[in-house]
Design a protein around this ligand. Sequence first.
Ligand SMILES: C[S@@+](CC[C@H](N)C(=O)[O-])C[C@H]1O[C@@H](n2cnc3c(N)ncnc32)[C@H](O)[C@@H]1O
Length: 507
Amino acid sequence: MLEPAAIDRLRENLLAAGYTLDAVADRLGEAGLAGLGRNSSLAAGRALAGADDPQATAIRLWLLQQPVPSGSLGWLDTSHLRGAGLIAGSDELRATVELKPYGSEARQGWICSDQTPLDTRVVRPRPDFVLGASPASTTLAQLVPRVRAGSALDLGTGCGIQSVHLADHAERVVATDLNPRALDLARITLGLNQVSAELRLGSLYEPVAEELFDLVVTNPPYVMSPPGGGLVYREGGFAGDGLMREVVSGVPLNPGGLLVVLGNWAVVEGRPWAERVAEWIPAGHDALVLQREALDPYEYIEIWLADAGLAGTPEYLPAYRDWLQYFDSQRISGVGMGWIFVRRSGSAQPDLRLEEWPHAVHQPVGEAVLAHFDGIEGSRWPDERVLAATWRRSDDLRQETLGAPGAADPEYIVLRQAGGLGRAVTADTALAAVVGACDGDLPLGMLVDAVAHLLEVDAAALAADVLSHLRPLIAEGLVVHSDSQETQSEGFGSAITLEGEPRRADG
Ligand SMILES: C[S@@+](CC[C@H](N)C(=O)[O-])C[C@H]1O[C@@H](n2cnc3c(N)ncnc32)[C@H](O)[C@@H]1O
């Protein structure tokens, strides 16, 4: 579609025009960016105050979706862009795609995608529409631990956003999509960001048959809709949540590898959601599944009818009724939205945790999730081994005490993770004292004996009590074995959108 040399040339033009994340953010100011975050263009347009310098023209063309006089594009080599159909018109030129500044702490670049409708315009997406950096994309980008990996798979790459991040810390990235147009736009995104990934066309894991990966990352087309919806960016053509099941149950991971999925699952009448989703986890894999939100069918259908550009049209109510009938036929009484993490542990007794977790989290949570999987093994050690080992509380663990003003002792002690998933447990004085003393120096048994002595209680009884409460803390990565490294990203950073901190969106 656009040759590598033409992509390089475009990058040079964009840099020379000052069409970069920081510079555009400065130019548009807080209100302009906030407006764009709401898909409203007026505030950003006013910030340009009629200027026609290259940066202002680029903003009009690619962010505000406005026509610009061809004479104002002298700074841009338009020949290849016209040839590839990315710019159209003669006296006035329009962009046919969105080219949006995007980055991370590690890099600044652009995302090339189809245009997001602005200013409440109701637009029916073309069947092969390619989504840009959506809130779901940036949420997913923050769920992925940014630690070194040999190989990574970006399943359903769309505009290529996940691959841009993966390329920072994976030696080899494979990006797949069923939509050839997505691969065309992803190629532009990757080229503009000067990263590489092998782009492969095909469905689900077909393009990577026989291969295994250290990391698989995806927000697949998880929308559950009646057959024939035909929007490839959101619907997989499977009944109910069948596509999500295929993604999870068929994941090709190397030993120790991790799958990170953002998506939806059906809440089917008469069955707890967690029971169904647990059946998708392959043998020998641990899993952490967090249901962030549950929607009733009406809310869900309304969101996706609006997304399909049907709001306010005569087709709206008939489509709504069809969708409800479809859910009835599938016995879908609600939709869970959330995150699935699966690690190939090889364990004969895998650890499966499926929880409702609607609480605020501290993004990026990827490293906290890794710490959880790393903690599972230690949490299962026999008592003697846990007591003989030395442990360290995680750096982000905080103690909160609650009680009446002036009271000698607190009524409650809460140990709370100030980062990650924001896990919290109530603790008694003894547990808080033991966890407080876990600084990787002395074995746990010695710490328990010292606290028992101080509190004048039986050491063996205290050890039993502390162990029962400490195991979950170990499994959640709040207390870690002193030999283990605190899992930390290596400065690759996470998603930074033009509008600033990614808005909360769980899919
Ligand atoms: C929700 S979009 C996610 C895009 C991108 N990963 C992101 O984070 O923004 C889902 C992507 O999956 C692709 N897709 C749809 N069906 C697929 C299939 N069966 N196999 C692989 N990819 C598929 C769509 O074309 C689309 O690009």
